[in-house]
Design a protein around this ligand. Structure first.
Ligand SMILES: NC(=O)c1ccc[n+]([C@@H]2O[C@H](COP(=O)([O-])OP(=O)(O)OC[C@H]3O[C@@H](n4cnc5c(N)ncnc54)[C@H](OP(=O)(O)O)[C@@H]3O)[C@@H](O)[C@H]2O)c1
Length: 266
């Protein structure tokens, strides 16, 4: 059996598609022939990402970018409207834009929690609300929420991110039954430590909290991963491709951990 994903001609929105996991996923979709809209804030990074993606081979896909702060509801509507105006359909949504600060609980104010919840929790929920009416009409939709291991395995220094991720697991599972009747599948991928700028930032913040070097933090994190390596963004992208393809047509409401075996609980 060959793994023919049959995604060519579809259209995807990838939030946070200018860097890290989002960029790797946008590239993977594009090379499968999927038209891709990447959304993030920084215009320069977006332009560079579009050029990077366009340098890859594709059976005829296009890629465009929309500069948008996804903490704002209007920006989310604008991304969806631009995609429909440009490509006429939204088959795939990769909810991925997220950023949370590490910090010890007593030193974090409401803003640290509100920033994380606004961008990732509310941002993912708003995007689902915005694309689902369109997908319902077409009786086809494939949504992947990039969540994160801290949803199940909370850490005291990462509570804004952990609470966001736990709520998103609840949301993903909770909405999947309602969407299933319209042939819309929604699944979660929870990466463990993945080699991106975000992981670098968190290592620096954790080093500061603990008063140790970034190298020590990194060595400690690596030691805790049974497979002994950090995840590559391309590994998350490969799983996202599978989940949005018809090969996964019976999978919805699932969470798949990609963390080198780093999650101790069930
Ligand atoms: N890396 C890990 O170890 C890891 C582990 C578990 C879960 N995750 C999750 O995986 C997802 C991707 O993480 P990553 O490591 O790939 O992050 P990253 O390398 O920092 O990239 C984040 C992307 O999101 C965009 N973004 C950030 N704030 C935004 C905003 N307000 N509006 C629109 N776009 C925004 C960034 O572009 P701009 O800054 O230009 O807006 C960038 O494109 C996140 O949800 C993260 O929580 C990552």
């Amino acid at each position: 059996m060959s793994l023919d994903l049959q995604l060519s001609g579809k259209t995807a929105i990838v939030t946070g598609g200018s860097a890290g996991i989002g960029l790797a996923t946008a590239k993977a979709l594009y090379t499968e022939g999927v038209n891709v809209v990447i959304a993030a804030r920084n215009q320069e990074k977006l332009e560079k990402a579009v050029a990077d993606i366009q340098s890859l081979p594709t059976p005829g896909a296009k890629v465009i970018s929309v500069s948008a702060d996804l903490t704002q509801a209007e920006s989310i509507d604008r991304v969806v409207e631009t995609t429909l105006a440009q490509f006429g359909q939204i088959d795939i949504l990769i909810n991925n834009a997220g950023s949370a600060r590490a910090g010890s609980f007593l030193e974090l104010g409401d803003d640290a929690f509100l920033d994380a919840w606004n961008l990732k929790l509310l941002g993912y929920i708003r995007f689902v609300r915005a694309v689902v009416p369109h997908q319902k009409n077409r009786r086809d939709g494939r949504i992947v929420n990039i969540i994160g291991g801290a949803g199940r395995t909370p850490r005291p220094s990462f509570l804004p991110g952990g609470t966001t991720n736990a709520a998103l697991l609840n949301f993903t599972r909770g909405i999947s039954e309602e969407l299933a009747q319209h042939n819309i599948r929604i699944n979660a991928i929870s990466p463990g430590l993945t080699g991106t700028e975000c992981a670098e930032r968190l290592a620096e913040q954790n080093a500061q909290i603990r008063g140790v070097s970034v190298e020590e933090i990194k060595a400690e994190s690596l030691k805790a991963i049974p497979l002994g390596k950090i995840v590559k963004p391309e590994e998350i992208a490969a799983l996202a491709l599978f989940l949005v393809s018809d090969l996964a047509s019976s999978i919805t409401g699932a969470e798949i951990l990609v963390d080198g075996g780093n999650t101790p609980g069930v």
